[in-house]
Ligand binder design. Structure first.
Ligand SMILES: NC(=O)c1ccc[n+]([C@@H]2O[C@H](COP(=O)([O-])OP(=O)(O)OC[C@H]3O[C@@H](n4cnc5c(N)ncnc54)[C@H](OP(=O)(O)O)[C@@H]3O)[C@@H](O)[C@H]2O)c1
Length: 316
């Protein structure tokens, strides 16, 4: 299946930025759909890429945007629910609309981003159960050529997860962590992007789901302690007992800006580790957190020092 032009949904996010850059550099033409084109000019300037403002939830919009493309990649996902964005609409209904629009426009190839632990029936949180429904909807489309990806937590220099903990650790000598024993196998964003690229170029991946994990498994508390170590900070990371973790989700979930919620707490009730690492099946050697993030944190530190020096020099 020769793919030249790809329509990408969710191509402006953390994973999307890495994937679109990689695909543009490989010579693919891209049409990236977004709600906020003015916020994502870095995507618009990629070679062969067009950034298009579109309401992807409107079924009348998708076929127009898919026309002229050979494949679709759907990366759209949210970690928190707001009144304007419901898990069901984003994770479960949108994939169905994408399948319908592929059929309407004759596009066969679809790459779909799910999540490790996504399960329509057994997912303990709304995030995981709706992700599971979306995955079911695309994998059931046997008339299309679908590949699905299920990563553990994804890390990279511009991620939310590691950078958020880095900020919290810098602010406080003690950090409480919910569900300290939940396990993750953080996977590098470029390895995830490479998995998508490999799938696009290899028809043997059609009809398969790939779990994506990094080389090492960490308990949540250990993972946060590792961030402190990489930052060179001495911090006390305290695992919260279950009742307090649940309460933390409830209280923080009620705040207007969410960084943790009851749904996140429920997601943490299952480990995010691979039963079989799809990266190996795709011939990709996973990068470790320790080989990527210390360099990034050091570069950030240097940039801050440089900015402070410039400010001091400016005042003198
Ligand atoms: N990051 C991780 O650790 C991780 C782990 C496992 C699975 N995943 C999955 O990987 C995918 C990408 O994650 P990410 O970290 O790159 O997410 P992200 O940085 O938050 O980006 C989300 C993308 O989805 C779009 N989007 C968000 N809410 C939307 C809505 N209500 N309607 C339409 N579009 C919306 C955004 O586009 P605009 O704002 O430009 O419209 C953006 O491009 C998601 O499906 C996520 O569930 C991520």
């Amino acid at each position: 299946m020769k793919i030249k032009k790809i329509c990408v949904l969710g191509g402006t996010g953390f994973v999307g930025r890495h994937l679109t850059t990689r695909l543009a550099n490989r010579g693919y033409s891209l049409r990236v759909l977004t709600r906020h084109p003015q916020r994502h000019r870095e995507v618009a300037v990629l070679p062969g890429a067009e950034l298009v403002e579109a309401d992807v939830h409107n079924p009348a919009v998708l076929p127009d945007q898919f026309r002229g493309c050979d494949a679709v990649i759907n990366l759209v996902g949210v970690l928190h629910e707001y009144s304007s964005q419901r898990f069901g609409a984003v994770h479960a209904e949108l994939p169905g609309k994408v399948v319908d629009a592929c059929r309407a426009t004759g596009i066969k190839r679809l790459l779909h981003m799910s999540a490790l632990g996504a399960d329509a029936a057994k997912g303990p949180s709304q995030y995981l159960s709706t992700k599971g429904s979306g995955e079911q909807a695309v994998m059931a489309a046997r008339d299309l050529a679908v590949t699905c990806f299920k990563p553990s937590i994804i890390f990279g220099p511009d991620d939310n997860f590691y950078n958020q903990f880095a900020t919290l650790l810098k602010l406080s000598p003690i950090l409480p962590v919910a569900c300290p024993n939940s396990r993750f196998a953080p996977v590098y964003v470029e390895d995830v992007a490479q998995a998508f690229e490999t799938a696009l170029e290899n028809d043997a991946t059609i009809g398969h789901r790939y779990e994506l994990c990094g080389p090492k498994v960490y308990a949540f508390k250990e993972l946060v302690e590792n961030v402190a170590r990489m930052l060179g900070l001495k911090r006390l990371v305290v695992g919260l007992p279950d009742g307090l973790a649940r309460l933390q989700g409830k209280i923080m979930g009620a705040l207007p800006i969410k960084i943790f919620s009851t749904d996140n707490y429920l997601s943490l009730q299952v480990d995010s580790v691979c039963s079989r690492n799809g990266l190996a099946e795709l011939g990709i050697t996973p990068h470790s957190v320790e080989s990527i993030m210390p360099m990034h944190f050091a570069a950030k530190r240097q940039r801050r020092r440089y900015d402070a020096l410039r400010q001091t020099a400016g005042r003198a």
